[in-house]
Structures are given as C-alpha cells and as structure tokens.
Design a protein around this ligand. Structure first.
Ligand code: C2O
Ligand code: CU
Ligand code: CU
Length: 481
C-alpha cells in the first residue's frame, strides 16, 4: 500500500498553514520528525505530553455539576493532518473530572455526535440507573445526567461509552476520560499531588491509522477474537510525546485505555518504581516493581523517584512490544518534596468463610461469538440476582487459549486465588480491583459484596474489558436484590 509521506513540523499554527505540503509527498522531507514507530510513514513530531484539563465542575444548589459535551472533533495526531475523532470538551479524550468523596455530583453528558451513545462511570460506586451502561442510552441532541453521591475511597477511575455492540468503536474514536476521586486520606498522604506537574495522568492506547492519517477501525472476525491491536502508540492522544519533569518523586496515574492490548510497562533503565494504587483504592503499602502488567480498563498509580536524575531522560515503554509511550525528561529542580509513605490505607477484607454463595463464570467462544456461561449478552436477560450485603465468591474460568479479563460494575472485589493458589496472586493484585487479567486457561476466585443500591429492575454489567470481546457478546447482567 502506498502511503503518503507528510513533512513533520513542530506543532504550531505553521503546521496548519502548511497543511497540504504533505500531499506533495516529498520523500526526502517526509518523516523527519521523531518516528511514531510501528511502520507509520506519516510524520509526527515529538510533542509535549498533552495534560487533560482538570475539571472541577461547578456547584449549583449544593450539587457539583460537570457539563460535558460529546462531540465530533478533529485532532492533530500528525503534523498538518486533521484526524476525525470523537471527544469530550476537547479534540480527543476528555477532561479529568475531580470528584470528592461525600459530595453529590451530576455529570451531565450532552450527545452531539449525531448517533446514540452512553457514558459509563467505570469504577464508580453508584445506582444502576446512573451507571451509564447499555440501558442508559443518550439519544442524539439529548443530555443525560449521572447524579449520585460519591461514596468510595480515593482512586483513579474513568468514563467511556458502553453502547451495546459499539463500545469498542466509540472508545476507539476518542471517547474516554479520567475521573479522580479524592478523599481526606488521599489529601493527607505525602504523595505527589500537583496535577500535571508531579501527578501526571496517562491514558495509554494504541491505534491504527490509514494512509491519510485517519483512525481506522475495521476489525476482521479474527481481530475480534484476538483483539484489535494498533501499531501506533498514543499517550493522552499524542504520539511519541515527552514531558519535562522535576527531579523528585513523580506519580503517574496510568489507565490502559486500549481496546484489547495488554501492556507490560516499565522504564528503559529497568529502574524500580512503586505501585501505590490499584483500580479502586490505594494499596495498603507501596509495592516495588520493575514491570507492571496492565490489561484493558485497569488502572495503576505508580510513584517513580527521579530525585537524583536531573539531566537524564528515561522512557516509559511497553515491553511486550518494545514500544515507547512517553519520554520523561528530568530538566527541573524540585519545587516541593514528597517522601513515599510506608503505609497508605486500610482495606476491608471479607473472610471467605463468610461467603454465602459461589457463582461461576466461564468465558468461552463459539462461531465468532464470545460467551459467558454459554450465552452471549442479551439486553433482555438478567443473568444473575445478587442479594444485597451477601459476601460471595465469584469464580472466573478462562476456557479459551486467548487472554481475557473480567470487570464487574458497581463495586470492587478482591482476588483470593489465581489457578487454585493465593501464591499466584501478585502483591499488586491484592488491592481493590474492578478489572482482573486472565491468561489463557486461568481460573480466578474473587470475593465481592454488593453493599448498596438494591434495584431489581435495573442491571449492572459484568464483562471482559477487551472491547471487541465485550461487543461480541462476552458480557452479562446482574441486579442487586
Ligand atoms: Cu469500563 Cu462495563 O466498563
Ligand atoms: Cu465499568
Ligand atoms: Cu476477552
């Protein structure tokens, strides 16, 4: 396939004025910026890492409102190229919502994309009708509000569409954003918390682009099975970005926002870092790691110490595919200091002895469809009725030779065993989780309790968070009764 070569320019108005040079296809000048990797011949620039706006909303009548517009947009992934996207108050992705535990919020999504979508608060503990799942459809031109009182520990969550059969495509086009939940505990801990300075949000994704620099989403049947994997890595919507940082402890709030890629993250000098939070809360104590596996939908907060590194550059990479997400340039003196606390929080653990029920979920596939317990997602079928306040064991079996993960809405869970033994549960999996990875043929036992929001009519979802799998049927519904 013949691809156009675009001249790489620094991101500036000039790039836009010169839009069209690329179509001249001068092969000598093409692709002279930092390469995007992955064989893309479209020129990219090494651009500063975009930091999504930290959106604090606005208090009206005692409720904190976040007015968000889901739009069609154009985003500059490649210099001089306008790529058609979907976005929230932005040109790609959306702002980071700052929520405080205990506060009543109303997240108001207005759908301006001209087709139905939904917007789910992934990781949020909220009533099922506020969940933004497949049943809370937002018609074109309409506004839908997720209104609830924030009632959970500090963590990094996210929002994304959850439209039946089209979640993958809508996320792929750019609809996603982070939610930071803060509480008294998170504010009191001696952790980096200057957003965009030493507390850096990172939405990690990979994408395919066509020869015109447009997002290409067209999975084949095989790619639905394997997951739709892109050759271009993007971080907060930028290819090959860098960030200039202070020589101090830096906190990275990482979301695997990809459709179906499992990343194995680490730094190119192999340095140790500490994971401080899993999906839904801080870990009780920091966990030292050199590599971090993160599957689609999972979050991890890490702290990396750059104190002695002024003048150095390091790379945050995915070691599964050897590709770079971010260049960290340590160019500045520390403005503040932090010292990683030895303990972070206390987590509530349920005793498996007190479990009153065990549910089994078998992930399988047949004829291009993906199933849980032999059936595919049906909007009209409630698969599980879960009593309020009952401690339960959920056993998840991956009956396939491919990777999956498992996500439960409404609350977090904790992992008891992987493949029959607690010894197989990694230290950094021993926190509050809402997505958990399953290697081919893995079995997991997790312990969970629904603590609020009884509603026999409105279901929550559980599903594989590989979005092609979810869309191909690997999802089910439960109500809390
Ligand atoms: Cu992140 Cu049911 O989703
Ligand atoms: Cu979710
Ligand atoms: Cu899957």
């Amino acid at each position: 396939m013949k691809r156009r070569a675009f001249i790489a320019l620094s991101i500036s108005a000039a790039a836009w004025l010169l839009n069209g040079c690329g179509t001249n296809g001068n092969p000598d000048n093409g692709n002279n910026g930092t390469n995007a990797g992955g064989g893309s011949e479209i020129g990219t620039t090494s651009a500063p890492l975009p930091i999504p706006q930290l959106f604090k909303g606005e208090v009206r009548n005692g409720v904190r409102h976040f007015d968000l517009s889901i739009d069609k947009a154009a985003h500059s992934f490649f210099s001089g190229v306008a790529t058609a996207t979907y976005a929230v108050n932005s040109t790609y992705l959306g702002p980071t919502l700052l929520l405080t535990n205990g506060e009543e919020v109303s997240i108001n999504y207005t759908n301006n994309i001209g087709e139905e979508t939904t917007m789910h608060g992934h990781g949020m503990h909220l009533p099922a009708i506020m969940d933004g799942g497949p049943h809370q459809m937002i018609d074109p031109g309409k506004t839908w509000s997720a209104r609830y009182r924030v009632s959970q520990k500090a963590c990094t969550n996210w929002y994304h569409p959850h439209l039946m059969g089209k979640t993958a495509e809508h996320v792929y086009k750019g609809l996603a954003g982070l939610i930071i939940v803060q509480d008294d505990e998170s504010r009191a801990l001696d952790l980096p918390d200057r957003y965009g300075e030493d507390d850096i949000p990172l939405v990690l994704q990979d994408r395919r682009f066509d020869s015109d620099g447009q997002i290409l989403y067209a999975p084949t049947r095989m790619e639905i099975m394997r997951g739709y994997i892109g050759d271009t890595y993007i971080t907060n919507g930028a290819i090959d970005p860098f960030i200039e940082l202070e020589a101090k402890e830096i906190r990275l709030r990482i979301l695997n926002g990809s459709n179906a890629s499992v990343y194995k993250l680490g730094f190119d000098d192999g340095r140790r870092f500490h994971q401080i939070a899993t999906d839904n809360a801080f870990l009780e104590a920091p966990v030292a790691l050199t590599r971090l596996r993160l599957s689609p939908g999972e979050r991890a907060e890490i702290v990396v110490d750059l104190s002695g590194d002024k003048g150095k550059t390091l790379l945050l990479k995915d070691y599964r595919r050897g590709k770079t997400f971010l260049e960290l340039r340590v160019t500045k003196d520390a403005v503040t200091q932090t010292t990683l606390p030895a303990t972070l929080t206390n987590l509530t653990r349920f005793d498996p002895q007190n479990a009153r029920n065990t549910r089994t979920f078998r992930l399988s596939g047949m004829m291009g469809r993906l199933l849980i317990n032999g059936v595919e997602m049906n909007m009209n079928v409630i698969n599980e009725r879960v009593p309020l306040d009952q401690v339960e064991i959920w056993e998840v079996h991956n009956n396939m030779g491919i990777e999956h993960n498992f996500h439960i809405h409404a609350t977090h869970f904790m992992v008891l065993e992987r493949n029959g033994s607690v010894a197989n549960v990694a230290e950094n999996e021993k926190g509050y989780k809402d997505v958990i990875y399953l290697a081919p043929h893995d079995t997991l036992r997790v312990i969970v309790k629904m603590v609020d929001y009884k509603d026999a009519n409105n279901p929550y979802m559980y599903h594989c968070h590989f979005l092609e799998h979810e869309d191909a049927g690997m999802m089910g519904q439960f109500v809390v009764v």
